[in-house]
Design a protein around this ligand. Structure first.
Ligand code: GTP
Ligand code: SPV
Ligand code: MN
Length: 614
């Protein structure tokens, strides 16, 4: 399809304007077909920017290496350019939208010279669903095109739904590497200076402008930019929720089903939990989504969730048959691998894959050929795979994908769980007393920083309310208020009992030797079973000032966890919580000023009083 065939006048004009600014050699409207997918891969492979893997080992799969400057989200270069600074809030980088557009127009000028401009119409959510939204991404990267094919619904059908005047989110993207006449790419093209990359959002006009990065959430603009930052603003304006949540379907031994949404920060275990294979006999987990949930209340007062994506962009290091067999089985074929190792026999390898690297040598994510490591243990500074190396794979390939995963109606949510990586204080499981208390717990979430952002110090703890700090497109205080408002509306309508029950979990407690106290992964099914029963009112809890903790004996013990360890994992650490309260009050809640909902400040006082009276 070419430009003149576009029926949507607004879209046509915007594409023409963008082409005039970026001056590509050609413009192509993407149709989402397999032929197009294959052609984009061929362009990258022919240019030596990617390698087709051994067809017998990993059919129809490819290996890519990005630039060392371009391996994860760049949070310091992510901007929320709302008209009013106050709408961005203390957790976002704000910049004046007029200034930012001026700067970026300067950068965009001629940035696609020597390349083709791809126009990618995509739907987040099943095409035509009430909850779905349409976006159009303009990009000069074939890598972006085939990844968008996997992660979103791309193609002519989207243009049909858009019609002649439908709404779409305008997403501009360039890798920022124009080519002179005759010049060829010699490696992953991008802007190598991190401080010259831009991931910009204009919430007032629902626009996204990205420049200089070709990797992940910086470049696949349907994902974090549209489905979270812009969608959170749409959700605020239209009364729904766009969250950094997995969605799983949990079936108990009696065949009863509950759907659960789980918000954990980046690289904290959403993909693992979403596809978990329970060790607990009779229980079953099926996957609806592993990263993002869009949720709306139905006419029946129930909250319904869809997964707006249709693929997984999952972390490779640490993924093994032990930690996530479902993911390992999903990526056996038809998968894009970025920034892991390439073996001599044309397969992929990464740290903690569960077996040593085969062959004499291996090519690392930096392109160096080194002797194959004899174990799969990571060696700091000598990683074969980058710690944020990822796979892109269609959701359909997951062996435990739920049959209803792409139902346009969505699935009714019974429970939310929040969590983070915390070595101390935070118990294995804890149930909020009610909606407001649950929102309070979500709002104080802290987690150790992981490698999913390239410009933050991994390891230190930061507050990451609702796992949304990098992804909320507006003021976090207003975001808390939005959650409180939706709960109150449900209660006022007599639907309080249909609100999801809220839980807090922590798989990451460590003992005095720095060893994880809880085996995690498949064993997390024991905690899921506890909260499933809790939703049904089971007498399996003890009331405490921090919430409803598991009653001793109510979570069955994995074989490698002693009763003493379990007791430690579910006990109330009074001194730890007092410190937590002080830290939240001084260093976290203090940032929100008068935008902090009074109900949340009050929760902190009530909890403190409760702890002091013990
Ligand atoms: P994003 O895709 O970045 O949003 O992250 P995610 O939350 O989907 O992260 P993912 O599931 O890929 O988790 C990645 C890391 O968490 C890997 O290092 C896993 O090994 C580790 N992990 C996941 N579940 C557990 C668990 O139960 N216990 C422990 N100790 N580690 C876990
Ligand atoms: C995350 O960082 O939370 C991700 C990966 O899911 S990315 O899409 O790159 O944001
Ligand atoms: Mn994520």
């Amino acid at each position: 399809m070419n430009l003149s065939e576009l029926k949507h006048a607004g879209l046509k004009q915007w594409v023409e304007e963008t082409a005039a600014l970026m001056t590509p050699d050609a413009v192509e409207i993407c149709d989402g077909t397999k032929a197009e997918y294959d052609r984009m891969l061929k362009i990258m492979v022919d240019a030596k920017l990617g390698v087709k893997l051994n067809q017998d080992k990993r059919p129809d799969s490819y290996w890519f290496r990005s630039d060392p400057s371009d391996v994860a989200r760049a949070e310091s270069r992510t901007f929320i350019a709302s008209k009013n600074k106050d709408d961005a809030g203390p957790t976002n980088n704000w910049t004046d939208p007029v200034e930012l557009k001026k700067t970026m127009e300067g950068l965009y000028k001629g940035c696609m010279k020597g390349r083709t401009m791809y126009v990618i119409p995509f739907s987040m959510g099943p095409i035509g669903s009430d909850i779905a939204k349409i976006g159009v991404e303009i990009s000069d990267s074939p890598y972006v095109v085939f990844n968008m094919h996997i992660m979103t619904r791309v193609g002519a059908k989207v243009l049909d739904v858009l019609g002649t005047d439908g709404f779409f989110v305008r997403c501009r993207h360039s890798i920022a590497k124009p080519l002179a006449a005759g010049e060829k790419d010699t490696g992953w093209p991008c802007e190598p200076d991190v401080n010259k990359k831009y991931i910009s959002h204009f919430p007032d006009t629902y626009e996204i402008w990205s420049y200089g990065s070709g990797y992940g959430g910086n470049a696949l603009l349907g994902k974090k930019c549209l489905a979270l930052r812009i969608a959170s603003v749409l959700g605020r304006d239209e009364g729904w929720l766009a969250e950094h949540m997995l969605i799983l379907k949990l079936t108990n031994p009696q065949g009863k089903v509950k759907y659960i949404g789980g918000a954990l920060p980046s690289a904290c275990g959403k993909t693992n939990l979403a596809m978990l294979i329970p060790t607990l006999p009779g229980w079953k987990v099926e996957c609806i989504g592993d990263d993002i949930a869009w949720m709306k209340f139905g006419a029946d007062g129930q909250l319904y969730a869809i997964n707006p994506e249709c693929g997984f962009f999952g972390v490779l290091p640490g993924t093994s048959d032990h930690s996530n067999k479902s993911a390992m089985d999903s990526i056996k074929k038809n998968t894009i691998f970025t920034n892991c190792g390439l073996t001599e026999d044309g397969d992929v390898w990464w740290e903690q894959i569960g077996y040593p690297a085969p062959g004499k040598t291996i090519t690392t994510w930096k392109g160096e050929v080194i002797p194959s490591p004899t174990t799969d243990k990571p060696v700091a500074g000598q990683e074969v795979a980058h710690v944020n190396a990822r796979f892109t794979v269609p959701a359909q390939q997951c062996p435990v994908i739920a049959p209803e995963w792409d139902d346009p109606k969505g699935v009714p949510i019974s429970a939310f769980l929040f969590g983070g990586r915390r070595a101390a204080t935070i118990p294995l499981a804890n149930q909020a007393k009610d909606w407001v208390h649950g929102v309070f717990m979500g709002s104080i979430t802290g987690s150790e920083i992981t490698a999913a952002a390239l410009d933050l110090q991994a390891g230190s703890i930061r507050r990451d309310p609702f796992a949304m700090v990098p992804f909320c497109g507006y003021h976090m205080g207003d975001y808390f208020a939005h959650w409180l408002k939706l709960g109150k509306q449900a209660q006022d309508a007599g639907n309080g009992d249909k609100l999801p029950k809220i839980f807090f979990v922590n798989w990451f407690r460590k003992d005095e030797n720095g060893k994880f106290m809880w085996p995690g992964y498949s064993e997390n099914s024991r905690v899921l079973a506890w909260l499933f029963d809790r939703c049904d009112g089971a007498d399996n809890f003890v009331e405490t000032p921090i919430g409803n903790l598991p009653k001793p004996g109510s979570i069955s013990l994995p074989s490698d966890v002693s009763e003493a360890t379990m007791a430690e994992l579910i006990k109330l650490d009074v001194d730890g919580w007092k410190k937590e309260i002080a830290d939240v009050r001084e260093n976290h809640y203090s940032k929100f000023g008068d935008k902090l909902p009074k109900e949340l400040a009050a929760q902190l006082d009530v909890m403190e009083k409760g702890l002091n009276s013990l």
